[in-house]
Write a protein that binds this ligand. Sequence first.
Ligand SMILES: [Zn+2]
Length: 336
Amino acid sequence: MAFRDIIGQERAIRALKKIVDREEVPHAFLFSGLPGIGKKTVAFSFAKVINCLNRVDNDCCEGCSACTRANTGNYPDLLLIETSEQFIGIDAIRSIEEELNFPPLEGRKRITIIDDAQKMTDEAANALLKTLEEPPSNNLIILICPEPAMLLPTVVSRTCHLRFQPLTERAVKDILVSRQFLDDKNAELIARVSSGSVDRALSYLESQYINRRELVKKRILEIFTCDINRLFEIAKEWGSEADFLLDDIDLLKMWWRDLIVYNLSSDRKVVLDVETTGVLEEHLGKTSYANLMKNYRLFDTIYNDLMRRINRQMAMERLVLGLRESINEKDSRSTL
Ligand SMILES: [Zn+2]
């Protein structure tokens, strides 16, 4: 992907383009920020811009042999260190150190990207430190990690630090529409709860967030009004959906968090799921802050119970009875 195709991270891209324009590229960068906000995408594009044979407006062309091979992972002067394991060990760092001693094979610079650099063991980080202290010329190392505090201060101080901000809701929405082919309404819904992270938005998509949201909302409204037999039926149905329970409780916590925040500030801008909060408010009416907090704590308890694998149906019975009670406390005339 070229800089021009990246949605969001305009500030970081502007800074990098300026560096390319001045031809004053430092020997090491640190890209920090939340997971899933585009740090690695920007690092790859930056690497391509540096070695592109037909740079246009300080961006890569995507058509030259350097760009096309970088896109397929076959460019010899672009190295990536990443792991799905817990640690990046010293061997991984030693292997790049050996290569770094030779000049780049084709490009202006050899670029080494170390993703999740916080996974480096102390031994690996100390080995890298030596390279950062005396960097072989024509090399650029890009470290990627969520927080600089997760790295040795001596490593951080030898890099040019670029902090990436979470994406705007608009950027996440645009990415979901253009890359995941979501419709506008659902993309907006997920973007709203993604905390500016595409990774988070995608995990919401995988967890069938949109379908579950509708189902759980329908259930809650039924709990507020149904008879006692149906109440226990709902708990039984819910308890049998083991794969979704923890995510469902998270959803409830989000809605009640919205209700609590709105109860305190009346500011709609801070509400994550405006539509659901509106529907819940209609049913809960002017319920007290204490009542909302009681529900919120109940969700926490149920979540922990589920984590401890206690009987799921019983846990969900506690949940539905607790929610029903909050309606009764609002209107003391109604009874179970
Ligand atoms: Zn190119």
